[in-house]
Design a protein around this ligand. Structure first.
Ligand code: ADE
Length: 292
């Protein structure tokens, strides 16, 4: 997976790329990150990359010419066809489904806007999509670019130590992750749930799934409205082979309480056809106007 980042502040990425799993993935060449300073494509001595907005108003706008030249330099370089993404609070909201779709691309160019944003004509000419990491405004696209790189890289085979840790994590069933604990067993008078101490993998899986449902219901109940979630979870729960599963079974009726689940599925969730989770594909567009 190749990420190319167009930014006015490449140094912001230094420690992000030099630490932990991202540094390891770079070392193992599982991912590649190229930093491109937009100012290198300015044509004046002061390397100006921004200007005041037409029509007035506060802030500055990224000038079209240096950014377009920076994009051309990447698009004319050899390699797979890249997906061009503009990072902006007015873009499509990033979630784990979208992360999965982004991970289908071999090469992603991330445009980090600053100030009031990017001249619209560059977006119209070059961007395949606009992406927001949340409904709040940051100083620029650099932190969002790190979010995208990290979330997408985690799905690259070999990035995570154990594939299982990916499967268990928040949002993989569309649920939040169950609470986790580590040593010591007793901390300030509080014990760890006994189900986690049994060493019985199926029992632990059943307990965690039940906890994940309970946590999602409490913190993000709207996530339980996703079509197919009830069926998926019921199926996952049914696959768990544990004599103690009944102990945690009570979270599923809670999940089902205000949602329709077919009687057939309820009696035998494994009989249901596997339905893939609703997913969108994000690919670089072939229908963009000519980039010149
Ligand atoms: N730039 C500034 N805020 C942003 C956000 N929330 N998402 C993506 N890019 C941004």
């Amino acid at each position: 997976m190749i990420f190319e980042i167009l930014t006015l502040f490449p140094d912001i990425f230094s420690s992000f790329l030099a630490e932990s799993l991202i540094a390891k993935a770079l070392g193992k060449k599982l991912i590649q990150v190229e930093l491109v300073n937009i100012r290198d494509f300015a044509d004046d001595r002061r390397r100006t990359a921004d200007d005041r907005p037409f029509g007035g108003g506060p802030g500055m706008v990224l000038k079209p010419q240096p950014l377009a030249l920076a994009l051309d330099s990447r698009l004319n370089s050899p390699g797979p066809k890249p997906l061009v993404v503009n990072l902006t609070p007015s873009g499509r909201l990033l979630d784990q489904n979208l992360v999965r779709s982004l991970a289908q691309n071999e090469r992603i160019i991330l445009i980090c806007g600053r100030y009031e944003g990017v001249d619209q004509r560059v977006i119209d000419l070059y961007a395949d999509m606009e992406l927001s990491i949340g409904d709040y405004v940051l100083n620029g696209g650099e932190v969002p670019a790190m979010v995208v790189i990290e979330a997408v890289s985690r799905l690259t085979p070999g990035f995570m130590g154990k594939t299982q840790s990916l499967l268990d994590e928040s949002h993989s069933y569309g649920l939040l992750e169950a609470p986790v604990y580590t040593r010591p067993r007793l901390f300030r008078g509080m014990d760890v749930p006994e189900q986690l101490l049994s060493g019985h993998h199926a029992q632990i899986a059943a307990f965690r799934l039940a906890e994940a449902v309970a946590k999602t219901r409490e913190v993000r109940p709207e996530l339980l409205d996703r079509p197919g979630l009830v069926e998926e979870t019921a199926r996952a729960f049914n696959r768990i082979d544990s004599p103690l599963k009944a102990k945690t079974d009570n979270s599923l009726p809670a999940l089902k309480a205000d949602q329709e689940i077919s009687p057939e599925l309820e009696s035998n969730p494994l009989a249901a056809e596997d339905q893939p989770a609703a997913e969108t594909t994000v690919e670089s567009s072939e229908t963009k106007p000519e980039r010149s």
